[in-house]
Structures are given as structure tokens and as C-alpha cells.
Design a protein around this ligand. Structure first.
Ligand code: 2AM
Ligand code: CA
Ligand code: CA
Ligand code: CA
Length: 263
């Protein structure tokens, strides 16, 4: 795989998809619910996924595609080249705010992340990472994450995860909120990973994410030294839904040990 040629190809594809999404602001969009009333999907989520898949199948017939809206392949194993694709990450923000959503793409070869892209469509900001080649915010290389402590960290997490639930020790999560400098919730896992890579937040925690939510962001965040695992500390799952934590390397293990406890 020629990473440089792929990189140029993907960037132009993403920019074209971004144009299509921005143009959709001028027309009516159709909104439906998926797993529950607040789990939204629009015609644009589907159209943009189909746009990417049409191009990828035409230009890279040997590659497989794992996309949120289900127009790609049935992925049960990680061999070969797989595009993990989320056409709109942060659909609720897309519908309600027309901002704070992103296109997320990860290119994996035999389970190893090679290229990652997060495109903040409305701000025209592209974050990308190349395995062993660095992470970039537009044309600027991002710096390795600095040494720090939990008491001076900003942690991105959804307020939903503070509601008592079957899985986690709620007191420990509340203690985390007390101990950190601040919490944030942006509503797009991809953007939250881009912000982690750029040092705007120091950790991102979610009880339930899918492979396409995190695949692109993991390549980017790992290039600046971030650690990405599930709540057990195992490598994040790229074949099915799982818990997820990505953090500055100085605080990842303490976050897991002290604050994220299974019942
Ligand atoms: P989505 O917008 O592509 O669905 C919201 O906090 C974040 O969690 C978004 O990145 C959202 O991605 C993701 N997410 C993952 N599973 C979800 C679900 N079942 N319902 C809503 N958002 C989900
Ligand atoms: Ca969705
Ligand atoms: Ca998503
Ligand atoms: Ca999505």
C-alpha cells in the first residue's frame, strides 16, 4: 500500500464529501430514529456513506469497508485492508446544531491502523495521522502529549455515564469529576479524539462506542503518544462495540485503576 498516494486520494475524497454535506444545509433533510428515539440518522448519513463506498469500490476493489450505516461489507475479521468509515460522527449535532460533527475514516491493514482522518466539516479543519509519520492539524504537525496530572486534566465524557448503571461504580466516576480540573462533552467521539490529540482535552471516556467511531482517531491520537484501550485495559475493539478510553499517557493507567471500576 502506497501511503502517500492513499493519503492524497483520501483527502480529496473527504473534501468532496464535506462539500456535499455543507450543500445539504440548503435543502431539507430527512431524520429517522435507529436504536432509540434519540439515536438519529438522516438521509445525509446514508448518502455520504454510499458516496465513499462507491468511490472506494471503484478505485480499490480489493479493499473492504466497515461503515456505520451498513452499506459496506460484513466485517468479521481484520485481515487485508479495511476502511472504517463514519460518514457523519455526531449526527445529533448535525441535526440540531449544524456544527460539531465530523467525517471519520481509519485505514487498517491486517488490524494495524495506517491512516486516520477526522474532518470537522463546518470549520474545514482536517486532522490526520500516518502510522509512524506523525499527526497533523491541517498542515501543522501536532506535538507529543506532555507530562501531566489528573488534577490538572480536562476529561471529555458524556453526562449520561454519570447516571447510575449496571456496569460501573458510580461513586468512582463522581470522584473523577471532583478530582479533574474540568469535564467537557462535545457529542462526537471523533472530534473528542481529535481534541485529545491536539491537547485540548486530556482524556476521552465512553461506555459504548463502535469501531468506526474510534478507528480514525486512534491512529491520530497514538501518533502523539495517547494510549487507547477499552475499560479492561485491552486494545480497543475494532470488530464490535465496546467501552473506550483514550488518554494522555501520563494519566491513562491511573484513570483506569482509580476511577473506572466495574461493579
Ligand atoms: P454517531 O453520531 O455517529 O452515531 C455521541 O456521544 C457519540 O457517540 C457520537 O460519536 C456517536 O456517533 C456515538 N455513538 C455510538 N453509539 C451510539 C448510539 N447507540 N447512539 C448514539 N450515539 C452513539
Ligand atoms: Ca449513529
Ligand atoms: Ca459515530
Ligand atoms: Ca455516524
Amino acid at each position: 500500500m502506497d501511503l502517500h498516494a492513499m493519503d492524497r486520494y483520501i483527502k480529496s475524497l473527504i473534501k468532496e464529501a464535506g462539500h456535499r454535506i455543507r450543500n445539504s444545509f440548503l435543502t431539507d433533510i430527512t431524520i429517522e430514529s435507529k436504536s432509540n428515539a434519540n439515536d438519529l440518522v438522516t438521509n445525509m448519513d446514508k448518502e455520504i456513506e454510499q458516496f465513499f463506498i462507491g468511490r472506494i469500490r471503484r478505485d480499490f476493489p480489493g479493499h473492504r469497508i466497515f461503515g456505520e450505516e451498513g452499506f459496506g461489507d460484513d466485517i468479521q475479521s481484520s485481515e487485508g485492508v479495511i476502511w472504517l468509515l463514519d460518514p457523519i460522527d455526531g449526527t445529533m449535532n448535525f441535526v440540531h446544531q449544524k456544527r460539531n460533527f465530523a467525517i471519520s475514516i481509519g485505514i487498517y491493514l491486517d488490524g494495524v491502523g495506517k491512516l486516520g482522518y477526522i474532518y470537522d466539516v463546518v470549520n474545514d479543519d482536517l486532522y490526520h495521522g500516518v502510522k509512524d509519520g506523525g499527526a497533523y492539524y491541517n498542515d501543522e504537525q501536532m506535538k507529543p502529549l506532555l507530562e501531566m496530572e489528573i488534577t490538572e486534566s480536562i476529561v471529555a465524557m458524556n453526562a449520561t455515564w454519570t447516571i447510575p448503571n449496571r456496569y460501573l461504580d458510580n461513586d468512582a466516576i463522581i470522584q473523577l469529576i471532583r478530582d479533574v480540573r474540568g469535564t467537557r462533552s462535545y457529542g462526537s467521539a471523533a472530534l473528542e479524539l481529535a481534541y485529545l490529540a491536539s491537547g485540548r482535552v486530556d482524556a476521552y471516556i465512553s461506555m459504548r462506542l463502535s469501531p468506526w467511531d474510534i478507528a480514525g482517531g486512534m491512529v491520530i491520537a497514538q501518533e502523539v503518544g495517547a494510549v487507547t484501550t477499552n475499560f479492561k485495559g485491552d486494545p480497543a475493539n475494532l470488530l464490535k462495540q465496546d467501552t473506550f478510553i483514550a488518554a494522555n499517557p501520563a494519566i491513562h493507567s491511573e484513570l483506569l485503576k482509580k476511577y473506572i471500576k466495574f461493579k
